[in-house]
Ligand binder design. Structure first.
Ligand code: GLY
Length: 605
């Protein structure tokens, strides 16, 4: 994973999207133009997460040093109700907020990206959308990672005829029990009769991606294409061309007519027709009323650095600030990288911050939040003082805001970072929530809808898909944004851009970003090391540290357990960071795409 050095750079999880951004930079676009080009390209080449059917957050630093953010998080439809995912006994109906039409929030990405483009871009809409339209219309060579991802999520995707038509054309189907809510469901047959054994397979020997990886890094997708995928996607195998004509037309209409095409025109009609077919709630009024909010960033200082991140409706910036503020009170460099003592204090900071997240944070249009207190140095001082340096604090003893009177992704989110030679920097994290979102392709429009409603508190005290146990501040209300953990972040030093960073990973997003920042600042790691380093996570509840396989020695785990921590080794890697670091010595940016992703690319010129 060599870092790439350049004066203008794009790092994303998909090489075709990175190249789309570079094309726009080369054509005279700035980082905002390039980021919007990447965002639209991802919707074509990365259906797992990318995302005109979803929402996201963008943090922009302008050449003047001013930082601003765009919140284009999805909203609950106006017909949504607090208990809409509960059965008659008041228990959550399994899967109802996760798969299918009812799981979808009102998408924000199209309006969000076009608003940012209008306010801070240089090029016109048609120019920045041209690469995405070309990728959809002319097609792109499919990566083995996408084929195997589709195969893993076959049961979700094949439930919907519109989705089968795009991703499994011609694949035979069979009945597959009942869907959440009781409707009969369908699945596609495995790619061939031998596919019953489809599980993680060893990397193909000649796959360039199969090079040596750090011990903690495992890839999410197997890299050998399962046999018999000849009918999947209408392509024969990895490397064959996938064309998406419906999606191409959708993008062409947006390019020609602007966001109105999506929120009021033919595409809006198609979304509402899809909702009617599948019992979803998104209406014409929801789409027409959808608004994007430009917000001031959350700001924190960390060891002389300035950290700028996303305010609510994401919890990312507030909780990142809270964690870093506490960590600043400990000399992590002296404690050492991943020593039991340094892991312990970091976990204790995470535990306390997530308790606050889960109790206090929500959509600022609906909830009063003690953001100033949570991000204040004085509060961090009190939290730090409550940490026993030798023993774990049980989460049951950590009450959110206990120290002042009033006071959390499947991980199919994606992050991209862009810088230009003019001094603009853009950090975008965007998502459909689960892999391939709700599984529903809008018929005729060719894109997948999100399942973001699951990020709300479905029932106070009951864990969501990420195990986050949240409260009433994040309860479902009509028109409300569900709380996110996405943490697109920019770090500056002495007024100069230093780091652009972010990651997918659901509830682990914030702790991953905090660790990359700490690896760079506290442990002076080169960016490639800071990104590849093993990761751990604590979110208050469940009261356990989750660590990537291979990240720690048995001895480290033993000593943490002796301090009272429950340590659980994850089954797979955590997060996929795409970051850019300024190298003051060389006067260039270094970009790194996480080795955990299957087709990430950092490129620049
Ligand atoms: N859907 C994951 C997040 O927004 O945090």
């Amino acid at each position: 994973m060599p870092a790439v050095a350049a004066h203008a750079m794009v790092v994303s999880e998909q090489e075709h999207a990175t190249r789309a951004g570079l094309e726009i930079l080369r054509a005279g676009g700035n980082a905002i133009d390039a980021a919007v080009a990447v965002g639209f390209a991802l919707t074509v080449v990365y259906p797992e997460a990318g995302n005109i059917g979803g929402g996201g957050f963008m943090v922009i630093r302008l050449p003047s040093g001013r930082v601003t953010t765009f919140d284009y998080r999805e909203k609950a439809p106006l017909g949504a109700t607090r208990d809409m995912y509960l059965d008659r006994r008041g228990d959550p109906v399994e899967g109802l907020s996760w798969e299918g039409h009812l799981a979808g929030g009102v998408p924000g990405s199209v309006k969000g990206m076009l608003t940012a483009l209008e306010r801070y871009g240089r090029l016109d809409r048609r120019s920045v959308m041209a690469p995405a339209i070309r990728l959809a219309r002319e097609g792109f060579p499919v990566h083995a990672g996408l084929l195997s991802g589709l195969e893993s999520d076959r049961d979700l995707l094949c439930r919907f005829a519109s989705t089968r038509a795009v991703f499994f054309p011609g694949r035979p189907t069979r009945p597959n029990g009942t869907a959440p809510g009781g409707a009969p469901r369908t699945t596609c047959l495995p790619a061939d009769s031998a596919a019953a054994g489809l599980g993680p397979t060893a990397p193909a020997p000649n796959d360039s991606a199969a090079r040596e990886l750090p011990p903690n890094v495992t890839r999410r997708e197997p890299f050998r294409v399962p046999g018999g995928l000849t009918r999947s996607l209408g392509v024969r195998a990895a490397g064959d061309t996938l064309r998406q004509p419906d999606l191409a037309r959708t993008l062409e209409e947006i390019a020609a007519q602007g966001e109105g095409a999506f929120y009021r025109g033919r595409i809006a009609d198609l979304i509402v027709a899809e909702m009617r077919r599948g019992g979803g709630l998104i209406s014409k009024r929801d789409l027409a009323n959808y608004d994007v909010v430009e917000r001031a960033p959350v700001h924190a200082r960390y060891r002389a650095h300035e950290v700028w991140s996303m305010p609510p409706a994401s919890s990312g910036g507030v909780i990142l600030a809270e964690i870093l503020n506490v960590l600043e009170r400990f000399d992590l460099r002296a404690l050492g990288f991943h020593t039991p003592r340094s892991v312990h204090v970091t976990v204790e900071a995470m535990r306390r911050a997530y308790a606050d997240r889960n109790r206090f944070l929500g959509d600022p249009a609906f909830v009063d939040m003690p953001v100033e207190t949570l991000t204040s140095p004085a509060y961090a001082e009190e939290l730090a003082a409550s940490i026993d340096i030798l023993h774990a604090t049980a989460s049951s003893e950590v009450l959110a805001g206990a120290r002042f009177p009033s006071a959390t992704e499947s991980s199919q989110t994606t992050h991209y970072s862009v810088v230009d030679s003019l001094g603009n920097a853009v950090a975008v994290t965007t998502t459909l929530n689960g892999g391939f979102g709700s599984g529903v392709v809008v018929e005729g429009a060719g894109f997948l809808l999100n399942n973001e409603m699951d990020d709300f508190t479905i029932k106070p005290g009951v864990p969501n898909a990420y195990g986050l146990v949240q409260g009433p501040a994040n309860a479902i209300e009509p028109g409300k944004r569900m709380l996110s953990a996405m943490t697109p972040t920019i770090v500056t030093l002495d007024g100069e851009l230093l780091l652009v960073v972010g990651t997918p990973g659901g509830s682990t997003i914030i702790t991953t970003v905090a660790q990359v920042i700490s690896n760079v600042i506290d442990h002076a790691m080169p960016l490639e090391e800071a990104v590849a380093a093993g990761r751990f996570h604590h979110q208050h509840l469940p009261d356990a540290i989750f660590v990537e396989p291979g990240a720690w020695s048995e001895e480290t785990i033993r000593r943490l357990r002796a301090m009272g921590h429950e340590v659980r080794v994850r089954g797979s890697a955590s997060g996929r960071v795409n970051a850019i670091l300024y190298d003051a010595g060389a006067g260039t940016y270094r970009g790194v795409a996480d080795p955990r992703s299957y087709a990430g690319l950092a490129a620049g010129f």
